[in-house]
Write a protein that binds this ligand. Structure first.
Ligand SMILES: CCc1c(F)c(F)c(S(N)(=O)=O)c(F)c1F
Ligand SMILES: [Zn+2]
Length: 266
C-alpha cells in the first residue's frame, strides 16, 4: 500500500489480474459474501417459498454499455413496470440492469457453482427493493436492498433472442462506450423451469455489500459457441489504451460460513 494524504492506493502487484481484484478479494469481516458453491444435497427445501413472479416491460430497456469489467443492459427504473416479487421476497423489486460473467475458455466463467460444477458463463438480473428504498444507489448499500436472479449459461444451441444483444457488442468494444438498445424483454433469457435456490449474499463486485437476496435458477439456458466467442471480443481497456480482452470477469468462490441455501423444489 502507498498511503498518500490519507488515501491508500493499492499497488497493482499482479499485472494480469483485473484491477478489481488486486484489492483484498473478500470484505474484511464479511460473513455472507458471494459467489458460493451450492452443494445440492446440503440445500434445504422450504415449502413456504412461493413461485417467483416476474414481469418485464420491453419498453423499459434503454441501452447497453461496457463498464470496463462487463457489459450491462440498463433499464428505466422510474416506475414498477418491470420487476419481480413473490418467491423469497417480501416486497416488489424493480429491474435496474442485467449483465454476464464469463471465462476466456469454455471450462470456466460462472460465478456460482453447483456441486463444484462450473459453467462457461452466468447471467445476473439485478433488481432493487422499491418498497424500502428511494433508488438503486441507496438499495445497493442497504439491508434487503437487492434481489439478483442468477442463470447459468451452457454451450449448445444458439439463443435466438440473445443474438439481438450479441449483434450490437462490436459497438461497445471499449470501456465506457454505449449504444441504444430497446424493446428487449429479458424474461426470454430465463429457463422455463421455475426451480431455484435462494440464499443471503453480497454483490460480487465492489462495493461487495451484503445486501443481496440471491435467486439462482436450477436449470441453465443454452447459448451458441459463436455467441460466447463474441463476449470474449470485448475489451476491459478504453480506446487508445493497450488492448486487454474482457474475459474471466468473475469473482472467486467465497466461504458459505453460517448460511443455509434454501431450495424451492424437493
Ligand atoms: C454495482 C453494480 C452491480 C451490482 F449491483 C450487482 F449486484 C452486481 S452482481 N455481480 O453482484 O450481480 C454487479 F456485478 C454490479 F456491477
Ligand atoms: Zn454479476
Amino acid at each position: 500500500r502507498a498511503c498518500v494524504g490519507g488515501s491508500c492506493v493499492l499497488r497493482n502487484r499482479n499485472k494480469s489480474l483485473h484491477p478489481l481484484w488486486t484489492s483484498p478479494i473478500s470484505v474484511p469481516g464479511g460473513t455472507q459474501q458471494s459467489p458460493i458453491n451450492i452443494q445440492w444435497r446440503d440445500s434445504v427445501y422450504d415449502s413456504h417459498l412461493k413461485p417467483l413472479k416476474i414481469h418485464y416491460d420491453p419498453s423499459c430497456c434503454l441501452h447497453v454499455w461496457n463498464t470496463g469489467y462487463l457489459f450491462q443492459v440498463e433499464f428505466d427504473d422510474s416506475t414498477d413496470r418491470s420487476g419481480i416479487n413473490g418467491g423469497p421476497l417480501d416486497n416488489h423489486y424493480r429491474l435496474k440492469q442485467f449483465h454476464f460473467h464469463w471465462g476466456e475458455i469454455n471450462d470456466w466463467g460462472s460465478e456460482h457453482t453447483v456441486d463444484n460444477q462450473v459453467y462457461p458463463a452466468e447471467l445476473h438480473l439485478v433488481h432493487w427493493n422499491s418498497a424500502k428504498y428511494q433508488n438503486y444507489k441507496e438499495a445497493v448499500m442497504g439491508e434487503s436492498g437487492l434481489a439478483v436472479i442468477g442463470v447459468f449459461l451452457k454451450l449448445g444451441a444458439e439463443h435466438k433472442e440473445l443474438q439481438k444483444l450479441v449483434n450490437i457488442l462490436p459497438g461497445i468494444k471499449h470501456k465506457d462506450t454505449r449504444v441504444t438498445f430497446d424493446r428487449f424483454d429479458p424474461s426470454c433469457l430465463l429457463p422455463s423451469c421455475q426451480d431455484y435456490w435462494t440464499y443471503a449474499g453480497s454483490l460480487t463486485t465492489p462495493p461487495l455489500t451484503e445486501s443481496v437476496t440471491w435467486i439462482i435458477k436450477k436449470k441453465p439456458i443454452e447459448i451458441g459457441h459463436n455467441q460466447l466467442a463474441e463476449f470474449r471480443r470485448l475489451l476491459f481497456s478504453a480506446l487508445g489504451e493497450e488492448e486487454k480482452k474482457m474475459v474471466n470477469n468473475f469473482r472467486p468462490l467465497q466461504p458459505l460460513m453460517n448460511r443455509i441455501v434454501w431450495s424451492s423444489f424437493q
